[in-house]
Ligand binder design. Structure first.
Ligand code: ARE
Length: 587
């Protein structure tokens, strides 16, 4: 056994409280190196005849990537505390792995050798709002969704969809437009909307806030926004807003005050200013988002700034009953701010969803004291590489997905915000070389995967466009210009997801990943519900043999409702199957 590859470290993704009674323990070993792993575990205070007493239970292999195997077990220590180690088997070899190193036999004279989960304190358990698991999000970029009130159009508004957007174009999307189209979203089946920023700001994207307590007049006013939230709630749709707290806009009054009064400004410490007077060229002499002078970074350590932003966060929940905050550039804001943010918003609405925008490993924000989830871009990139760009094969994709699932605790994965694209990425249809069968296959994967899927407005009707600003074209409302085939596909996926818990939050296991045919197969299980999915990510048809015997089982093709009786079937290019598997006796 390769000792150097064996890894475990308590807390984070390797040992964590799944709920108030259950601990999850994971171990990593070199791929194909170990035959079996057992958890040795017990209460640190249970001894007999000077020997520590422990139990032994077999761990399951929960997945593998290119280099490692991962092992998993759930335990419920009666006194909520645990000492534990691992017994690894490879052929005749047996190895005990503990916090202090490797042994031939499990030591019993002291528990100090072992890994320690000191106590499962309820307050420390990661807790996200449970409704998120049942939510299908739809992301709206308000300037481009629907123009319902032309009187609000900003100067130089262009005719809807007449040209491709630039960084400075306006088309006049607004709240009344969104309200008028809510039935379209209900028909699609979504039940959560994430709005990119809506507060007063000069740009079309509104990430350069002037006033966090005002709605941008091009979208409407507070009354209309209230109407919008109420209309959403009446239709069972939750509402999430974008909190741009890393930076303000250039025209934010406190920043203007600093520009005007320099060192004499009472707001000079609200930002990170390196020298006075302020200058924007060649690069700003104050911290900003990227090097964008219009976006001065806020000093969230400053008590007044902190209080101001927390007031903003609670105001929109208290007065407008919003259900979530998506936190822009979340990883560049200090952790302490987010801890206080969580306390403040959960105090007034305990089941509000806190979603951080972090593209990288986000474990430090997902320990239960800051965010409920992050935008799962590692999932996005994995899916784009395999389905859209086809620059990785089935196995590498399978490994990426196993990593995505093992990077975070299971309760974190259950509420992950799983997107295929956003206002910051080229449109999926464009990335798929405008081959819609590939887009459909990607959606099929997204909606059969766990977490909380999000559709970027227009992807469901085949909008195209490259990188920002081209990925922000106007929504197309003429039915004859919409790709209704993709729409119906997504609509059906959402309906199935609503019907089957295994699709929503079932445990995921990769069954097959074949580089020759480029297909993958996986199973989702929840209680007695089992759904096997097969995706043929290739432009040739596939002869697929169902990877279990059909004897004693009733297998239904969920797409056609047909009963499957043949062990082997033909799958069309970029085709898929979703099979509900039940023991025949249960049918
Ligand atoms: C404008 C232009 C762009 C230009 C950019 C830089 O439109 O073409 O590249 O300026 O000068 C908002 C607007 C953008 C605007 C930007 C600046 O929506 O249109 O871009 O402001 O004015 C990183 C950050 C992540 C950030 C992305 C964009 O980590 O937080 O970059 N995303 C948020 C929002 C954006 C928003 C802002 C931040 C600013 O979602 O819409 O932009 O408020 C890798 C890295 C990531 C990186 C990612 C994307 O994977 O690892 O860290 O994200 O690429 O670049």
């Amino acid at each position: 056994m390769l000792k150097e590859a064996i890894y475990h470290r308590p807390k984070d993704a390797f040992a964590y409280a799944y709920d108030e009674r259950t601990l999850h323990i994971r171990l990593r070993t070199k791929k194909d190196d170990v035959d079996a792993v057992y958890l040795l575990f017990g209460d640190p205070y249970v001894w007999k005849d000077d020997a520590w007493q422990f139990d032994k239970q077999s761990m399951q292999k929960s997945g593998c990537d290119a280099l490692f195997d991962y092992w998993f077990i759930a335990v419920q220590p009666p006194h909520r505390r645990l000492r534990y180690g691992f017994e690894l088997h490879a052929g005749e070899d047996v190895l005990i792995y503990t916090e202090k190193g490797f042994y031939k036999q499990a030591p019993t004279d002291d528990t100090a050798y072992y890994f320690c989960f000191p106590f499962l304190n309820r307050i420390d358990v990661f807790h996200a709002p449970s409704w998120v698991k049942d939510t299908v999000w739809y992301q709206i970029f308000p300037e481009r969704f629907a123009n319902g009130n032309p009187r609000l159009n900003p100067p130089n508004t262009l005719p809807w969809g007449s040209v491709d957007p630039t960084t400075t174009s306006f088309f006049g999307g607004d709240f009344e437009g969104i309200i008028a189209q809510l039935d379209y979203l209900v028909e699609l089946g979504i039940n959560g909307i994430y709005f990119t920023p809506i507060f007063k700001a000069p740009s079309n994207h509104k990430y350069d806030t002037i006033d966090y307590f005002e709605i941008d007049p091009q979208f409407g006013d507070k009354q209309t926004f209230k109407r919008l939230v109420e209309a959403c709630h009446a239709k069972g749709i939750r509402v999430m807003l974008d909190a741009v707290f890393n930076h303000s806009g250039y025209y934010f009054a406190p920043f203007q005050d600093v520009l005007k009064n320099g060192t004499k400004s009472r707001y000079k410490d609200w930002f990170h200013i390196r020298e006075f007077p302020l200058q924007t060229e060649p690069i700003p002499n104050y911290d900003t988002f990227a090097f964008v002078p219009e976006m001065p970074k806020l000093n969230t350590e400053h008590p007044e700034v902190k209080q101001y932003l927390l007031d903003v966060a609670t105001y929109w929940i208290r007065e407008f009953d919003i259900d979530g905050w998506r936190l822009d550039v979340a990883n560049e804001v200090d952790h302490q701010f987010w801890r206080e943010f969580r306390q403040a918003v959960k105090a007034i609405k305990p089941d509000v969803y806190i979603l951080g925008e972090i593209w990288h490993d986000a474990m430090p924000w997902l320990r239960g004291d800051q965010f409920d989830a992050v935008m799962n871009y590692p999932f996005t990139n994995g899916a784009l590489n395999y389905f859209a760009k086809e620059n990785v094969k089935a196995n590498e994709f399978a490994h990426t997905i196993v990593n995505v699932l093992h990077n975070y605790p299971q309760n974190v994965n259950e509420v992950a915000f799983n997107l295929l694209g956003s206002h910051d990425t080229p449109r999926i249809l464009t990335q798929c070389g405008e081959r819609k069968e590939k887009v459909k296959l990607m959606f099929t994967f997204q909606f059969s995967f766990s977490g909380s899927p999000c559709i970027y407005y227009g992807d469901e009707i085949g909008l195209t466009g490259g990188q920002d600003p081209l990925c922000r074209k106007c929504m197309v409302w003429e039915k004859e210009k919409q790709d209704r085939d993709i729409f119906t596909h997504v609509q059906k996926l959402i309906a199935l997801r609503k019907q089957y818990r295994a699709l929503r939050f079932g445990e995921f296991h990769m069954l097959e990943a074949n580089d020759k045919t480029n297909h993958i197969a996986y199973v989702k299980t929840y209680d007695d519900e089992t759904i096997v999915c097969l995706l043929n990510n290739a432009d040739t048809s596939l002869t697929w043999t169902v990877p279990f015997s059909l004897k004693d089982k009733t297998v239904i093709n969920l797409w056609t409702n047909e009963c499957i009786t043949e062990q082997t079937m033909n799958i069309e290019p970029y085709g898929f199957r979703m099979l509900l598997v039940q023991p025949t006796s249960a049918v």
